[in-house]
Design a protein. Structure first.
Length: 276
């Protein structure tokens, strides 16, 4: 969070000093990185709350919900940059490109690369949706900064000043694209899209000798908050104790193959030839 805020302040100050709309736009993009970190902290704090009477499945979806707030911020900033870029293209101003401004962009680029890689790595280790989504957001900032840096160097070498305004459009496109990617991930979780391929679940369940068939397989959630339920056809001659043990074996195998925290519900049915 502090790294993203520092990067944003540096870009905005230098962008205003050099009168570069693309650098200033990139700075506002970086502000959304820092703001999304704050929103993420709040979301993770709520998501970490234990199960209660009103939330029997826990609060984990609040982490995903924060992703939609990040989307809203990105869309707002993206269209704001587009309107400013149109004004700049209609009334182009020659940016005062200095060595100092290029150095600032190079330093912020390095910081963005480090933050994006570290956040994505920890998101995978911790199975955190918000960290992985936020790393996607920061990764878009890397490409944006490279584009702005290229535009500034081009102007320094004699390209027309309108290039600066056009670079702002590119910044906006990347921001809106990041918003779409985060929205797609968050919405799939919130509407309970399939979390695991049913064929994989069936394969794991059928590995048990006593299992004669699997159907009505459903899955939802995320890697760290996954729910699976299915109907299992088992030999009708099995005792209650044996079917109970079978259900636990299937649950244990699914947790071993997918995730230790996955919640598995197995509905056992007696196997008959007419079930096939």
């Amino acid at each position: 969070m502090f790294a993203n805020i520092a990067v944003a302040v540096a870009k905005i100050i230098m962008g205003n000093l050099t009168k570069s709309s693309s650098m200033t736009a990139d700075g506002f993009h970086s502000i959304t990185d820092g703001s999304s970190n704050i929103i993420g902290l709040i979301g993770i704090g709520i998501a970490a709350k234990p199960i209660d009477d009103d939330h029997p499945y826990g609060h984990r979806k609040f982490e995903t919900l924060t992703g939609l707030f990040i989307v809203g911020m990105l869309v707002f900033i993206g269209f704001k940059i587009i309107t400013d870029a149109i004004t700049k293209c209609m009334n182009p101003i020659i940016p005062e490109i200095t060595i100092e401004s290029l150095i600032v962009m190079m330093i912020t680029l390095y910081i963005n690369i480090f933050v994006a890689k570290y956040e994505n790595k920890m998101g995978i280790v911790l199975n955190s949706t918000i960290l992985i989504s936020d790393s996607m957001h920061t990764r878009s900032d890397i490409y944006v900064t490279i584009g702005v840096l290229t535009a500034l160097i081009a102007i320094k070498l004699g390209a027309p000043p309108i290039v600066d305004g056009l670079a702002s459009f590119i910044v906006a496109i990347f921001i809106l694209r990041a918003a779409y990617e985060i929205f797609k991930v968050a919405s799939n979780i919130l509407v309970d899209s399939t979390a695991v391929d049913a064929r994989k679940i069936e394969e794991i369940a059928m590995a048990q000798k006593s299992v004669k068939g699997v159907h009505k397989i459903r899955s939802r959630g995320t890697i760290d908050d996954m729910h699976i339920d299915m109907h299992i056809l088992a030999d009708s001659q099995l005792s209650l104790e044996e079917t109970h043990r079978l259900a636990h074996e299937i649950q244990d195998n699914l947790r071993k193959e997918l995730n230790n925290n996955v919640d598995v519900i197995v509905h056992l049915e007696p196997y008959k030839d007419d079930n096939i």
